[in-house]
Design a protein around this ligand. Sequence first.
Ligand SMILES: [Zn+2]
Length: 252
Amino acid sequence: MKKYLNKVRRKIADISYKCIGIISSDKKLVTFTFDDVPKSAFENGGGILKKHNLSGTFYIAFSLMENANSEGLFTSRNIEDCFKSGNELACHTFSHFHFFKTKSGKFISNDLAKNNSEFKKMNLDTTLHNFSYPFGEQTRLAKKYVLKQYTTCRGVDPGVNVGKVDFHNLKTIQLYESKNSLQKIDKILSDFKNKGGWLIFYTHDVQDVYSAHGCSPAYFEAVVGKVIKADFEIKNVSQVTDILEIRKNMLH
Ligand SMILES: [Zn+2]
């Protein structure tokens, strides 16, 4: 029953507060993104991107940062280094809450404001322009609030963004090594070569002993190598929105 309700919630979110744009199949854009973000993604994932002079998008939930009372997933140093290496920092809410369990718009806007204010404390010369839904949970209410602040929102629905695209529900491909083998990635990339559009990869940890939601550095580097070899254009989310001329609150 709960699963069914969540499916309905997603469906309603799907048809609400859209930001529709067209991405032509002539485009061959690829983006590497990370959610939460674990230290190993900053250090190993970010390190691999840096080695190839590439920029990714890191969707950060500041409640997951290390502080005096808790170990956390990442440090302020990770964020600084990531930004100084030319990557994009983006929002993944503050408390990484479940939108499916949230009925209060005020709670959502306070949580997003908290993430922004924590980010401002870092004194980096940038703002968070893009967003990804924790657990991929989209609701009508979530979309209503996030679209006011962010140019794009990435969900977890699998696929490539091509043709008519909702920029508040961008599709993505998991770089989960235990789920998407390199052979599967080859197949995805070869389909992408024909169909084009914007292919967004996402993962969490990038370490030798990877979680069900992550991958090893060797796997990540292999995927980056395949994308470079295929000569696709590799950009972070913000750079893609510039290329596609997508603006916040463009079309609803
Ligand atoms: Zn997350």
